[in-house]
Ligand binder design. Sequence first.
Ligand code: G6P
Length: 374
Amino acid sequence: EQIRKGNFEHFMQKKIHEQPDSLTMTMRGRLIRGREQKAKGILLGGLKDHLKTIRRSRRILFIGCGTSYNAALAARPVVEELSGIPVTMEIASDLLDRQGPIYREDTAIFVSQSGETADTLQALEYAKSNGALCVGITNTVGSAIARGTHCGIHLNAGCEIGVASTKAYTSQIAVIVMLALALGDDSLSTQQRRNAIMDDLYNLPSKVRDVLKLDKHMKELAALLMDEQSLLVFGRGYNYATALECALKVKQVSLMHAEGIVAGDMKHGPLALVDETIPIIVIATRDACLNKQQSVRQQLKARKGRLIVMCTEGDAEFMCPDRRCRIIEVPKVQDCLQPIINIVPLQLLAYHLTVFRGFNVDQPRNLAKSVTTQ
Ligand code: G6P
């Protein structure tokens, strides 16, 4: 069933719509419920002998390419928050180019859907030879990265067929959030926060099902944007990665230029691009950064920006008082899980844009699902 298109036109479309199920599979047996269906804990069998070592590490490095890198970036803040360990991000090829320092006291976490990406694999050999504890997060049992790491977590998201990664992205974030919960589970002070995240993890598949109902809305938006040259996407905090991943998806499949921008850096360059012609997506769902994103929206509006605002359900009026921007309203979940919800409509946007522009959704030109050469 996984490798058939069923009622869908393309694999990418099918995999986007499969996400409630793939997330359920990713969490099965790992998210432990106690009495009255209350959150109890996280069980990550593949890490059980190594959690203590990871907790003691001086630094955690996330290493990956493309969408896998973005997934780790999305989950980085909650790993820092719950583990208290500094986290650095590495694009595998850049780490190798620099021969960046890695130590025995480091935990290096390799994120890869296929488990076969050459750059990530070579970075793994490099980190291993420097003595770091190496953890794999892959979707492919028996893959080179799964075999080469000391321990790991499988996504169990089911196979992905189209070149563009969709369901692996949301499962990667869910897995890394579970890792953060497991790393922090000896801390009493974060107990409430951890319980709230676990409760929302439990409800995540049904929230993703809700957000998939935006399909028609995203198709209409794609019809409006299909002839554009360029798209800007502003995010920050938990949703900086959402901006990068939306731009990556749009570029990768619809072949439209798109740029993901960390909104806090807007004044240092990107603002110069803003005029009444270029469409801009502003991700402004409720979290600690909401007021800052509201001010970004106002500044973009003051420069006549053509805004599409992604906000929390019920916030449309607040985020767009003059009703002169397009709105994508999404359900609210705990801030660290919001990137999982927020990316879904943007995946749909990239998908519909590609179909309208007449390009090959599942096999974009010049790209491969798994890049096994350097
Ligand atoms: C290729 C694919 C991307 C993917 C990247 C990393 O470039 O086209 O969609 O994100 O590789 O792949 P991995 O299997 O390591 O996650």
